[in-house]
Design a binder for this molecule. Structure first.
Ligand code: NAD
Length: 481
């Protein structure tokens, strides 16, 4: 699909902007009907979207897309439809005595036009989850999906055009130039999901228009294994979290702390876990390809540099006698299926410990006391996620109290993203603002405070000219507070 011409992007924005200003109020029935259209789009076209995702990756199981893209979207849709009427209602607010008998409430209004710039790793979920929240809150949506998933982005553009009028929801396509144009529009809100580096540029561009942003960024999410922990279970959950989509997950555990002396036991447990999940890698339809040769080359460079600088790099081997790759061709994606790799002895001088890995490579660091772990985490940018494995509530609470991360899953990985009542987002370098559930609905609303004065108001007693009456009333008010 060719890039959307820049003047066409502006025209589409203008149409949405005019629509949002002409109809600032969007009745519940209209919002619900838009969501139901999105629901139908997803239900009827999930297989073709999953096939498009597979074509973009080379190897990426439609079942992975089912669980990581569609299931999450369905859960969000069901939760949104169930609670939408309540979320839309104005919230009554108690009025302090000194303002009574006035009444007050918060009126939840659509912002207008919400722009969404999405990444490639879960290309349906990360494009449509913010769109769903924005539509629920009564907004228009202008979406720019990733140029690295051209089949999925084209299919999304095509389907959204079938199901929505362009002034309700439209998709524009292209790379950095088109994305930068979207970020420079005077949008009412912009959701950007992607790298921290590009997020900084997006925040700067949005600032020129005072466009509020939600930045869903990346970073190095640590995982911690406590000494008092079921290592076999922890290794299985870490292997799943790390290797889902071959590590190309924003909330994947990036690196791991294990107690000194348990490195070898962890390596054995991790190997056993990987053997169970992915007995072989090349040609395994469940094990995703790295998205492009460039991304694969970068990962190989990180690993080679670590090896050259003295780290112990252990590339995992397929289980002996694992099945041969399936007969049907799954394209050149097989060449981009990178074996899971453990790295021991990584140091701060290695890029592996400086950049978000975003691949199936797990550095494992030994620690003596949990204070060292906390100090390491606090000396680095705030992570998007943190994972802790252990049995002691006291140690867990201590780690959670002394670290700040976007979200946490305890004794598992990734799952906090799937809980619709938990806001999802980053903090510091991993982003700002959160969405999902009611938090997402509110993200895309203006909660307008309204105070309705009563005809019995005594406020005029404080009007000028100031004198004895003012002092008496003020004295009374001070006693009432
Ligand atoms: P990216 O930052 O390279 O690209 C993301 C989007 O930004 C793409 O659509 C791209 O076209 C657009 N873009 C590029 N240049 C731009 C510019 N100058 N202005 C505006 N937009 C521009 O990220 P990616 O490689 O697609 O995704 C991987 C990154 O995203 C990782 O860091 C990962 O952790 C992060 N991520 C975060 C979340 C989250 O929810 N926090 C989810 C998925 C991915």
């Amino acid at each position: 699909m060719p890039d959307t011409p820049l003047d066409e992007i502006r025209q589409r924005f203008d149409a949405q902007h005019q629509g949002s200003r002409a109809q600032p109020e969007v009745p519940l029935a209209v919002r619900r009907e838009r969501l139901l259209r999105l629901d139908t789009l997803l239900r009827e076209h999930a297989p073709v979207l999953a096939a498009a995702v597979q074509a973009d990756f080379g190897v990426r199981s439609p079942r992975l897309t089912e669980v990581a893209d569609f299931f999450l979207l369905r859960a969000q849709m069901a939760h949104t439809l169930k609670h939408l009427a309540r979320w839309c209602r104005p919230r009554k607010v108690r009025t302090p005595l000194y303002l009574q008998p006035a009444r007050a409430w918060l009126q939840r209004q659509p912002l207008g036009v919400v722009g969404i710039i999405a990444p490639w790793n879960y290309p349906v979920q990360l494009a449509l989850a913010p769109a769903m929240g924005a539509l629920a809150a009564g907004n228009r949506v202008l979406l720019k999906p990733s140029e690295l998933t051209p089949h999925t982005s084209a299919k999304l553009a095509d389907l959204v055009a079938q199901f929505f009028a362009p002034d309700e929801f439209c998709v524009v396509q292209g790379g950095a130039e088109v994305a930068a144009q979207v970020a420079s529009l005077p949008l009412d809100h912009l959701v950007f999901t992607g790298s921290t580096a590009v997020g900084r540029r997006v925040a700067l561009a949005a600032a020129a228009n005072l466009t509020p942003t939600t930045l869903e960024l990346g970073g190095k999410s640590p995982a911690i294994v406590d000494a008092d922990c079921d290592l076999r279970q922890a290794a299985l959950k870490l292997a799943h979290g790390k290797l889902l989509n071959a590590g190309q997950t924003c909330i994947a555990p990036d690196y791991l702390f294990v107690p000194h002396g348990s490195e070898a036991a962890f390596a054995d447990a991790y190997r056993a876990a990987v053997a169970r999940l992915f007995p072989y890698f090349e040609g395994n339809p469940d094990y995703a390809s790295i998205i492009t040769p460039r991304h694969l080359a970068r990962l190989r460079e990180l690993v080679q540099e670590a090896r050259d600088m003295g780290a112990d790099v252990q590339e995992l081997a397929p289980v002996p006698g694992a099945p041969a790759p399936p007969a049907q061709s799954i394209g050149d994606g097989v060449a981009r299926q990178m074996a899971p790799t453990l790295v021991f002895g990584a140091t701060a001088r290695m890029r592996l410990m400086q950049e978000e890995i975003f691949g199936p490579v797990l550095p494992v660091l030994g620690y003596g006391h949990v204070d060292e772990v906390v100090a390491h985490i606090n000396a680095h940018p705030r992570p998007l996620s943190l994972y802790w494995f252990g049995r002691s509530d006291a140690v867990r609470d201590d780690v959670l109290a002394r670290t700040v991360s976007g979200g946490v899953t305890v004794n598992d990985t990734l799952l906090h993203i799937a809980h619709e009542r938990l806001p999802f987002g980053g903090v510091g370098d991993s982003g700002w603002g959160a969405y999902h559930g009611e938090a997402g609905f509110l993200r895309f609303c203006h909660e307008k405070p309204v105070l309705a004065q009563s005809r019995w108001s005594a406020g005029a007693l404080l009007y000028p000219p100031y004198g004895a009456r003012f002092d008496r009333v003020m004295g009374l008010l001070r006693r009432l507070m």
